[in-house]
Write a protein that binds this ligand. Sequence first.
Ligand SMILES: [Zn+2]
Length: 304
Amino acid sequence: MTAGDLSPILWQIHAIAFCFGCVIGSFLNVVVWRIPRGESLLTPPSHCPNCGHLIRAWENIPIISWLCLRGRCSGCHQPISIRYPLGESATGLLFFIIWYTIARRNLPLAVLPGYFYLTGALLSAALIDMKHRMIPDEITISGLVVSLMLALLAPSGRLALHPDGDPSHGSFFITMAFEQLQRLFGADLRAMPIIAAFTDWLFGVFAGVVLLGIFAVAGRHLAKKPQAMGYGDVKLLGMCGGFLGADSVVFIVMAGAVTGLVWGLFRHIILRKKGWSIPYGPFLGLGALAWMVFGNWFFLLFGK
Ligand SMILES: [Zn+2]
């Protein structure tokens, strides 16, 4: 089933994708606040940090509640940070963009869970990285597990394996790998969807970890700043490879480096280095988002 089959109710689904994103964004607000502080995501239930007032169901509706309460706690009337409605609407917007992309490119719907999960994980990782200069394992390692589970449960969600052979699906490296494996073992793994999906997942993770791992290890040994690149970035790229495959990893590293460089120059020349220093993690996230939205037009440039 592809997004094209849903075309009669496309606009309703656009709206649902946005609302779903807002609800997930409400949860991500909790993730971004609690995980760096080592707190549980489940307990205690959401409460006002000032007076401890428990957030009731009607006060927990994304964006709308904040507007109805005029940005103040109904218990103590202290302001509620605007980052709550901002986080909710940003996630809503990103989910809308992801869904719109899937509809526009007429991709299989099995792609959707992985794209949504990765988008949420990258957004929370980026926000935590910008504030705390670290990317928690809770996000990257669980992302690796989720991407593996999705590969095994919904192998048709692996775009690179699609039989139409559209190179914009990022099938360059995995096709090469399958050809080599067939030469070695005499069996065509592409005929076995779950094994093929697992191989695609494994290659993606491997590509991500190795590509950035080399830089991270070299950076630790060569640079005087030991934190030149954290292993959090390595795991983050491994997670991206797990969801999106090996081709994406090359694109994401390059897109991340280019946008990071542009931002660095902008900061150096225009802002004269006053604040707004951003670590590499958010740029990797931006690269992964670009990959999901634009497909790998990058590989098409060299392409078949
Ligand atoms: Zn309060």
